[in-house]
Design a protein around this ligand. Structure first.
Ligand SMILES: NC(=O)c1ccc[n+]([C@@H]2O[C@H](COP(=O)([O-])OP(=O)(O)OC[C@H]3O[C@@H](n4cnc5c(N)ncnc54)[C@H](O)[C@@H]3O)[C@@H](O)[C@H]2O)c1
Ligand SMILES: O=P(O)(O)OC[C@H]1O[C@H](O[C@H]2[C@H](O)[C@@H](O)[C@@H](O)O[C@@H]2CO)[C@H](O)[C@@H](O)[C@@H]1O
Ligand SMILES: [Mn+2]
Length: 441
């Protein structure tokens, strides 16, 4: 069996340990000879890297492991780049969330003005990663989690249309796991139909292996409890704000009970509620800094101090499963059905052909083959057209350095009440992002 080499870009990410643990757990199905980490923050990456070196040495000493800030070292001779960088780190996420709230608008990592600001930071960094990958390992595939995935995917479509990059999100995978608990099955037992944009979509069918439609049963549950389940799905999703989000799905369902909604729709359908329930002094960024980041980095430091990872402080979650499954599907041409963010090209026949949509695809060694999801109804189509236009305007604004298009993008976002608020917000975001955004004219 061929052995592969993987580089994880954003080596210092809180998600890196989970992915490496998953890779180590999957060697019988996805053999590796090398794992590398790449990050542009040497200090942050060193902590994660030193801890993982101990874990790998204990579990599979034959795997070569290295971490580096050199693009050439990182990207030479690799088959897969698993990317999850955060341009501007949590310091900028905090501003993405807090600046809009000052204007009475939702403050969120990937939705509304926060997501737009983050997109303007991420585009250049992702393009840089693609260029490193193509320079040093032209055959390599990039599997990209880096957010905001919708804007990043549109930027890749426009700026690097022929690159081997697949943009992905773990939210539908995590929610499907919740659905499987609701009906007493496993996610592998379920076959779904889904359409939308990233963090903006709906399940139209959830069937078991015999072809029985389970959507009505799941709908009954969600209409009472949202996606809150008794069994915890992912450790970070025990945080109060995420529990609230899973619960809120019941109000999303009420707007169109035919389909099961992605939880992120709450920012577009109930923005007033979300603002009222936000603390402008302590947002999700603070919760993550005080929670997941502390947990992961203390676990790493404790492994380094004790010189062993045998205490099992690093955990595998849905996020890690999904990206490793995707790599395997490409490596072994499995034609597995997976949700990916791809160019529509008629898969949703009554929606723009050049929109980046999130839909089921068959995945094999030439990438993704989108599956037709049929025509979509007016309500969802209207919402998606507005949102996809926002995402396209952001990418155009980044390419053209256009203040006007950024203003239009913010004005068009369903989360922003007027062009006046959009302009005031934009002027604040420009100041906060001056080290990251192109200069807008
Ligand atoms: N698509 C999804 O569904 C999904 C799910 C979870 C997380 N994410 C994304 O994964 C990323 C990581 O999240 P996190 O909370 O672990 O963040 P994190 O800040 O802990 O890690 C990100 C790492 O990226 C590094 N980085 C930033 N810019 C870089 C660049 N240009 N080159 C190389 N490295 C760079 C940082 O130094 C940091 O170590 C974020 O973009 C997050 O939004 C996406
Ligand atoms: O607020 P954060 O940083 O905890 O999470 C933001 C991310 O949320 C989603 O990812 C979830 C995922 O749905 C869940 O299954 C599990 O793996 O945890 C992830 C992170 O908490 C979303 O899909 C990402 O795009 C967000 O970055
Ligand atoms: Mn996501």
């Amino acid at each position: 069996m061929k052995k592969y080499s993987v580089v994880i870009a954003g080596g210092g990410s809180t998600y890196t340990p989970g992915i490496v643990m998953m890779l180590l757990n999957s060697l019988d199905k996805f053999p590796l000879y090398e794992i590398k980490l790449y990050d542009n923050d040497a200090e942050r990456q060193k902590i994660i890297g030193d801890a993982l070196a101990i874990a790998i040495q204990e579990q599979n000493p034959e795997i070569r492991f290295n971490y580096t800030t050199s693009p050439e070292e990182a990207f030479t001779n690799v088959d897969f780049c698993m990317a999850h960088i955060r341009s501007g780190k949590y310091k900028m996420r905090e501003l993405d969330e807090k600046i809009p709230l000052k204007h009475g608008v939702i403050g969120q990592e990937t939705c509304g003005p926060g997501g737009i600001a983050y997109g303007m930071r991420s585009i250049g960094d992702i393009i840089e990663l693609i260029d490193y990958m193509e320079k040093y390992s032209p055959h390599c595939w990039m599997l990209n989690y880096s957010n905001p995935a919708a804007i990043v995917a549109e930027a890749c479509r426009v700026l690097r249309p022929n690159s081997k990059i697949l943009n992905i999100c773990d939210m539908p995978v995590g929610t499907l796991r919740r659905m499987s608990q609701i009906v007493g099955l496993t996610p592998q037992d379920l076959k779904i139909r889904y359409f939308g944009l990233n963090h903006f979509g709906w399940w139209t069918s959830v069937k078991d292996q015999k072809g029985n439609e389970l959507l009505p049963q799941i709908r009954d549950y969600v209409s009472q409890y949202g996606y809150l389940t008794k069994i915890e799905v992912d450790t970070q999703h025990t945080d109060a704000s995420w529990q609230e989000t899973h619960k809120k799905a019941k109000d999303l369902l009420a707007v169109d009970p035919r389909f099961l909604p992605n939880t992120y729709l709450k920012y577009y359908l109930y923005p007033d509620y979300v603002v009222e329930h936000s603390n402008p002094e302590y947002t999700r960024a603070n919760e993550v800094i005080d929670g997941r980041e502390k947990r992961v980095f203390s676990a790493a430091k404790s492994i380094i101090e004790q010189k062993t990872a045998k205490g099992g402080e690093f955990h595998i979650d849905t996020h890690a499963y999904f990206i490793v499954d995707l790599a395997r599907a490409i490596a072994y041409d499995t034609n597995e059905r997976m949700l990916l963010i791809v160019e529509n090209n008629g898969a949703i026949p009554n929606f723009s052909h050049d929109a980046m949509v999130e839909i089921p695809c068959l995945v094999g060694n030439s990438g993704a083959e989108p599956l037709n999801q049929g025509k979509i109804p007016t309500f969802q189509k209207g919402l998606m057209e507005q949102q996809v236009a926002v995402e396209k305007l952001v990418v155009e604004a980044w390419i053209e350095h256009s203040y006007q298009k950024m203003w239009q993008a913010l004005t068009l976002s369903k989360t922003v009440p007027s062009a006046t608020v959009a302009k005031a917000l934009l002027d604040d975001l420009i100041i906060a992002n001056q080290d990251y955004w192109p200069e807008l004219k």
